[in-house]
Each structure stands twice: as C-alpha cells, then as structure tokens.
Design a protein. Structure first.
Length: 136
C-alpha cells in the first residue's frame, strides 16, 4: 500500500451521491493503487444500488453505470456522442460536488499519516456528520 515514488499510501473510496450532491454512501477504503472498477466491485455498491440507475466517469465502462462515450481511435466524436456526453456529465457533476465536499476534510485532502489499519475507522468518523445532518 506504500508508494516509494510518492512516499505515500493509497486508498480508493467509492462515493454514492444524490442528484442534489448529498452523500448516500461511502465505501470501505480499498487499499493500494487500484483501478476504479476493482474498487467498485469490492465496495458492495453494485448489489446495494442494483435497483437504481447510476452514472460514473469513463473508468466505470462495463459496470452497468451510465458513462460518457469514449472517442473512437483515430476519429472524432459524433455530434450525438458529444451531446450525450454533455448530458451524462451534467448528471455526474452532483457526485463530483459530493467528492469535493469530502475533500473539505483535511484527512481526505492531504496525506494520511496515521496507522493504515485505522483509516477505515477514520473515514467512517469523518463522513458520519454528513449522514447525521441529513437524518440518515
């Protein structure tokens, strides 16, 4: 879990948010530098949100989430694809705002220097006020 190059530990948190930008859920941290799809599969979110439609960035292609269309190799996107991507990204903006609000907490915005075994507990403690504020 430690990167010698960056002298830092890595975690991947998955975040679910409403279209209003409110947090719905934050997953357990997936240790190491892992791809978003790996973290998505191990987060428990696919089962928890199976009945809902969701959006994701291009790292979630193939997950069943609505994602922007990639540019074909050596070609430009069609006008329809650009418009579809604009619509998807408009929906995704709410989740990006929720992630930005999580990074208001210094523990998520900077390097975590505590014991790695406690990061899961720290993440739960930091996100608890957001859920308490909404009455969840």
């Amino acid at each position: 879990m430690f990167s010698g190059k960056h002298r830092d530990t890595g975690f991947n948190l998955q975040v679910a948010a409403t279209l209003a930008g409110d947090l719905l859920a934050v997953s357990e941290p997936v240790p190491g530098s892992r791809h978003d799809m790996h973290a998505w599969r191990h987060s428990g979110f696919p089962e928890a949100f199976a009945e809902r439609e969701g959006t994701g960035d291009p790292g979630y292609v193939g997950s069943g989430l609505l994602t922007p269309k990639r540019k074909p190799p050596g070609q430009e996107r069609s006008a329809g694809d650009r418009e579809a991507n604009r619509s998807v990204n408009t929906l995704r903006a709410a989740a990006e705002r929720a992630i930005a609000h999580l990074k208001d907490w210094k523990i998520f915005a900077t390097r975590y220097r505590g014991p790695l075994t406690r990061f899961t507990l720290v993440a739960k403690i930091v996100t608890a006020p957001a859920f308490h504020k909404k009455g969840w």
